[in-house]
Write a protein that binds this ligand. Structure first.
Ligand code: SAM
Length: 230
């Protein structure tokens, strides 16, 4: 766990303007070991014409709430965050509120996992994610990437009981939705499941133990990420 955390810190320093990270031998070696240059290039090409912010804004013109606020992961910083949890071929990853699927695709492209699932409420965002899945399937280099499952639904209702790693971009989640989600996680996740939340930890202590905190870069800025264990 020490190496990914060190890498996460180095990448973050790079993001806030320290140029030395580019030269850092350790980060370069880490990027090479995960083939990050190739994956990031494919990821950027996959999403170059996808504007999740505009799709979300359009969808929210009919139904809006604070918890629907849109934002996205940044590729390298997110990969460094997931690497902190040591994903394996047994990992079943869920992104609760997956938007256009950036966190799901980044995970599936870089790591070998049993499944990478995204649950998104809005149909337009879900359909954009489905289109990227089709594009990815056409790339021979990604025929054997981790299986991707995209679900259009409410994360308060979809079954997530088989998850072993859950990511929640929780910065915009408050009030009743946040409380209900915490309640679900506490009652439905298996002991040992890792849950990552941004900006705030889960409410339900001591059922969840914070095993690490780090900083991660998102589309709207740098936030704290809490890595917790059920
Ligand atoms: C901040 S965005 C995060 C997108 C993606 N996880 C990422 O980090 O790149 C939060 C997403 O959660 C979705 N969302 C909010 N409430 C939801 C719910 N109850 N069920 C499913 N998705 C929800 C929003 O529509 C939005 O796309």
């Amino acid at each position: 766990m020490i190496l990914p955390i060190y890498i996460a810190i180095l990448i973050l320093l790079g993001l806030i303007g320290y140029p030395f990270w580019k030269k850092s031998y350790i980060v370069k070696k880490w990027r090479r070991s995960l083939k990050l240059d190739r994956h990031e290039d494919t990821f950027n090409r996959l999403f170059q014409d996808v504007n999740g912010f505009a799709l979300s804004q359009k969808a929210r013109s009919h139904q809006d709430a604070m918890e629907y606020t849109y934002g996205e992961i940044e590729f390298t910083s997110f990969i460094a965050l997931i690497a902190c949890t040591n994903p394996s071929p047994q990992t079943r990853f869920y992104d609760l509120g997956s938007g256009t699927g950036k966190a799901v695709f980044a995970s599936a492209m870089v790591f070998r996992m049993q499944a990478c699932c995204g649950i998104e409420l809005f149909q337009t965002l879900h359909e954009a994610a489905l289109q990227q899945q089709q594009k990815l399937q056409q790339l021979p280099a990604y025929h054997h990437c981790s299986p991707i499952r995209l679900i259009c639904g409410n994360f308060l209702q979809v079954d997530i009981s088989d998850a072993s790693l859950v990511f929640i971009n929780a910065t915009g989640l408050f009030g009743e939705t946040w409380e209900k989600l915490n309640h679900r996680l506490m009652h439905e996740l298996q002991p040992g499941t890792i849950i990552i939340t941004t900006s705030k930890p889960l409410i339900s202590m001591p059922d969840f133990q914070i095993i690490h905190t780090t900083r991660v870069s998102m589309s709207w800025g740098i936030v704290t990420a809490y890595i917790q264990k059920r």
